[in-house]
Design a protein. Structure first.
Length: 460
């Protein structure tokens, strides 16, 4: 309910196209009008926005904004994003619970996701990244659920996971990161099972009864069928409406255009776009993005802005794509902690003696999170064109899960100092979210209030 309220409240605030809405909302209208469309990404995200517009017209939402010659309310092309984005904390909580069977961990993970500005901003405008993340996470959640099931229910849920992974890739190609993470975890699980049999090591019962053991026991043919063949079929089917509306294109020709665009169509550096940022700056949030900015006075008359509060002579409306800074940096620290823990304690215990394998059991959840984090993050090292911080969304969600896992352990620790540290981080994250909420929702700020929230010069 918190997530839903934050995403729908004031959704019509700016009666203009914000950031890449100038592309995606217009492409959605083109699909509805039967106009030929070319975009540098697969079409599913625009289909969903188009469905939202169609439904809003069906139920006669208020028409107030001109979009490619068609009068539409901003809510009509934004509400579907808000609805889907509201569900992401629930899916994140579901993943946390399937990994741990701990409700406290699930609640923390969902709550931290709900109070992050990054996902909040992306959910309030007609952009497509939120669909990529939603379908990718939903695919992983369904896959983890299927590991607990048997027979027909297992097959049905596995097919659902494959459909979701196919949908994620059908929004943007980097949706493959969610699927790559599953395959990497599967490879690690199979390797551990092979070493277990070869060395005749008896791994503890907790490890053998976990989702890790269930992954290791999956037959490769089932994994390929459900998580390779089905996603490929879904990807092919989703292109059919686009190709019907673009009869001069073929499946292969449009993919050649997209590939060419990503290889040569976008350059590098601030000369191409002022908010270009390299992959290694994303975990530190050195260059967030301004999606909307307007500086006005009481004498200005705007049709796209609400009036300034009477106590402001001059004010700023700003929508900044930035995470909750405290949560962002602590989540990055959690990833570092898990890496150090794995290198210094878990790996030595695995390779030293059987009696210390119990330490490996507690590392199964971090193993899953780290594998998926790097599967969604490290491929960007190879990209030389202009990139933006929103490409970090898929990896960032696993750093939130990592941080939530640590906080949950501290809350349930016997040491008072650990409990105090856990409660402190929760409270500080909440206060930070409230403090930066105006630049997530585009609420009016005085110039001093705005500058106070821009902690780094690179944020502006």
């Amino acid at each position: 309910m918190l997530s839903l309220t934050l995403r729908f409240w004031g959704l019509e605030r700016f009666n203009t196209l914000v950031f890449d809405e100038v592309y995606y909302a217009k492409f959605a209208v083109n699909y509805l009008n039967g106009t030929e469309v070319f975009d540098a990404h697969p079409p599913l995200g625009k289909y969903i926005i188009a469905v939202g517009i169609w439904l809003s017209q069906l139920f006669a939402f208020q028409n107030t904004n001109d979009l490619t010659g068609q009068v539409l309310s901003p809510i009509s092309y934004r509400w579907m994003n808000a609805l889907v984005g509201s569900c992401i904390p629930i899916v994140v909580a579901g993943i946390a619970y399937q990994l741990s069977d701990r409700r406290s961990y699930a609640v923390l993970a969902g709550f931290f996701c709900a109070i992050d500005g990054f996902f909040l901003v992306e959910s309030r405008y007609a952009l497509i990244n939120i669909y990529l993340v939603f379908f990718g996470l939903l695919g992983q959640w369904l896959f983890l659920i299927s590991l607990r099931l048997k027979n027909d229910r297992k097959a049905l849920i596995s097919i659902g996971a494959g459909i979701c992974f196919g949908a994620s890739v059908s929004v943007k190609w980097n949706g493959l990161g969610f699927l790559l993470g599953i395959y990497l975890v599967y490879s690690i699980a199979r390797l551990v099972k092979y070493l277990d049999l070869k060395e005749n090591i008896t791994i503890e019962a907790n490890l053998k009864k976990s989702w890790f053991k269930n992954i290791a026991n999956l037959k490769l043919i089932h994994l390929v069928l459900n998580l390779a063949f089905i996603p490929a079929i879904i990807y092919l089917l989703i292109w059919i409406p686009h190709l019907q509306l673009n009869p001069t294109e073929t499946f292969w020709s449009v993919h050649q255009k997209i590939l060419s665009y990503h290889q040569t169509g976008v350059g590098t550096g601030a000369q191409v776009h002022p908010y270009c940022s390299r992959w290694y700056t994303w975990p530190l949030m050195l260059r967030p993005m301004s999606y909307f900015y307007d500086r006005s006075t009481q004498n200005d008359i705007h049709s796209i802005l609400p009036p300034l509060p009477t106590y402001f002579n001059e004010g700023i409306y700003d929508v900044h794509l930035m995470g909750n800074p405290i949560l962002w940096w602590l989540s990055g620290g959690a990833i570092s902690i898990l890496i150090l823990w794995g290198l210094t304690e878990v790996l030595p215990s695995v390779f030293s003696s059987r009696s210390q394998l119990s330490r490996a059991n507690s590392f199964l959840i971090p193993l899953y999170l780290l594998t998926n984090y790097f599967a969604n993050f490290l491929p960007w090292i190879l990209v030389r064109r202009c990139t933006f911080i929103y490409l970090y969304m898929s990896a960032f969600i696993f750093s939130i899960l990592a941080f939530s896992w640590l906080v949950d352990r501290w809350l349930n620790c016997d040491r008072l100092s650990h409990k105090i540290w856990a409660m402190s981080t929760i409270l500080i994250s909440v206060f930070a979210f409230i403090f930066w909420l105006p630049v997530y929702l585009g609420l009016p700020l005085s110039i001093e209030q705005f500058n106070l929230r821009m902690l780094l010069k690179s944020w502006i």
